[in-house]
Design a protein around this ligand. Structure first.
Ligand code: NAD
Length: 307
C-alpha cells in the first residue's frame, strides 16, 4: 500500500448510520476523495428510539455544498436491501460497505430485558448481515468489494453493563472472518474495527477533555486504507483504532495440555495440568483451529494420564 493520497473516484461507498459520529466522518471523507456516497441513517436516538430524515439529509447537504456526490437513505439497517437498492438506483454500483450503524441499550445483566437484547442484535448483527447480504451479489459479480464491520472493545474484552452490546459486537468478528474467507475468491475483502471515538454514544461515558481529543475523523484513515483498491491482501483482520493509535488484534493459543484422549482424561488430570493450559511461553498465533487429527495421534502415544 503506497502513501499517496487515496482516491475513490467512480466508486460507490455505502455508509450506514451516517447521520452523525463516525458515519458522518466517513461520508464526508469518501465524498471529498471522489466517491459517490449513500448516507444511510434511521435518525433515531442512541437507544434506538424514533426515526427521522434530518440527520442523513444534513450530511448529504454538507457533501453537496462542497461539490461532492451523495444521496440519503432513511431505512433501518435491518432493511439492507433498500439501502443497497438506493446505491444501485442512484449510482449503478456498490464498491464499499461500511457497516457502522449502532445503538446502545446499556443495563446490568440482572436487569436485562429481552427487548434490550433483541434490539441490539437487530441493529448490529442483523443490520450488518442484511446490508452485506444485499451488497454481496453485486460485489461478487464485479469481482470487487470492500466491507468494514464495526466491533468494539466491549466485544473483545467485555464491558460492565453491556452484555447485549458486547455479544453483538464480537459477532462482527466471526462474521468478518467468515465473509473474508468466502469473499477472497471474488476480491471482496472484509475487515473489522474496534474504534474509540467521541460521539453521542460515548459522551456519557467519557469526560469532556478526553472526548475533545477523540475526533471520529481520526478513525477514518485506517478505514480508508483498508477499503482502498491498493489493499489487496489485508482481510479477515481486527483492528483497534482511536486516539491516534492503530493496532491489530489477533488470537493467541497456548501450547496447551495434551492428555491421552481416553477415559483416563478426568477433571483431576486437567487440574493437574492447569498450568500448561495457561502457559503462553510456547504460544502460537493461529489462523485456524488446532490440527485435531495430529493432536489425537500425539495424544494416543501418551501412555496414561497421571491423575
Ligand atoms: P453515533 O450514535 O453517533 O452513530 C450511530 C448512527 O447510527 C446514528 O447516527 C444513528 O442514528 C444510526 N443508527 C442507529 N440505528 C440505526 C438503524 N437501525 N438503521 C440505520 N441507522 C441507525 O455513534 P458512533 O460512536 O459514531 O458509532 C458508530 C459505530 O461505532 C457503532 O456501530 C458503534 O457501536 C461503534 N463504536 C463506537 C465507539 C465509539 O467510541 N464511538 C466504540 C466502539 C464501537
Amino acid at each position: 500500500m503506497g502513501a499517496q493520497e487515496l482516491r475513490f473516484d467512480g466508486q460507490t461507498v455505502v455508509v450506514t448510520g451516517a447521520g452523525g459520529g463516525l458515519g458522518k466522518a466517513y461520508s464526508l471523507f469518501f465524498a471529498s476523495r471522489g466517491a459517490n456516497v449513500v448516507v444511510n441513517d434511521l435518525g433515531g436516538s442512541f437507544k434506538g428510539e424514533g426515526s427521522g430524515s434530518k440527520a442523513a439529509d444534513a450530511v448529504v447537504e454538507e457533501i453537496k455544498s462542497k461539490g461532492g456526490k451523495a444521496v440519503a437513505n432513511y431505512d433501518d439497517v435491518s432493511n439492507g436491501e433498500a439501502i443497497i437498492d438506493t446505491a444501485i438506483k442512484a449510482f449503478g454500483r456498490v464498491d464499499v460497505l461500511l457497516n457502522n450503524a449502532g445503538i446502545l441499550r446499556d443495563v446490568s445483566f440482572k436487569n436485562m430485558k429481552d427487548q434490550d437484547w433483541d434490539l441490539i442484535f437487530k441493529v448490529h448483527v442483523k443490520g450488518a448481515y442484511k446490508c452485506a447480504r444485499a451488497a454481496w451479489p453485486h460485489m461478487r459479480q464485479q469481482k470487487y468489494g470492500r466491507i468494514i464491520n464495526t466491533a468494539s472493545v466491549a466485544g473483545l474484552f467485555g464491558s460492565f453493563g453491556q452484555c447485549n452490546y458486547s455479544a453483538a459486537k464480537l459477532a462482527q468478528v466471526g462474521f468478518s472472518e467468515t465473509l473474508a474467507k468466502e469473499g477472497m475468491k471474488y476480491n471482496i475483502l472484509v475487515n473489522c474495527i474496534a474504534p474509540i471515538a467521541a460521539s453521542r454514544m460515548t459522551e456519557t461515558v467519557m469526560p469532556p477533555e478526553v472526548l475533545s481529543a477523540l475526533k471520529p475523523d481520526r478513525i477514518v484513515p485506517l478505514v480508508a486504507v483498508l477499503v482502498h483498491s491498493s489493499n489487496t491482501t489485508e482481510t479477515g483482520s481486527i483492528f483497534e483504532v482511536g486516539a491516534g493509535h492503530q493496532a491489530k488484534i489477533r488470537w493467541e493459543r497456548s501450547k496447551g495440555l495434551l492428555l491421552k484422549a481416553d477415559s483416563s482424561l478426568t477433571p483431576g488430570s486437567v487440574i493437574a495440568g492447569w498450568d500448561k493450559v495457561n502457559d503462553f511461553s510456547e504460544a502460537e498465533y493461529p489462523q485456524g483451529p488446532a490440527n485435531f487429527l495430529e493432536l489425537l495421534e500425539e495424544s494416543q502415544k501418551i501412555s496414561k494420564n497421571s491423575t
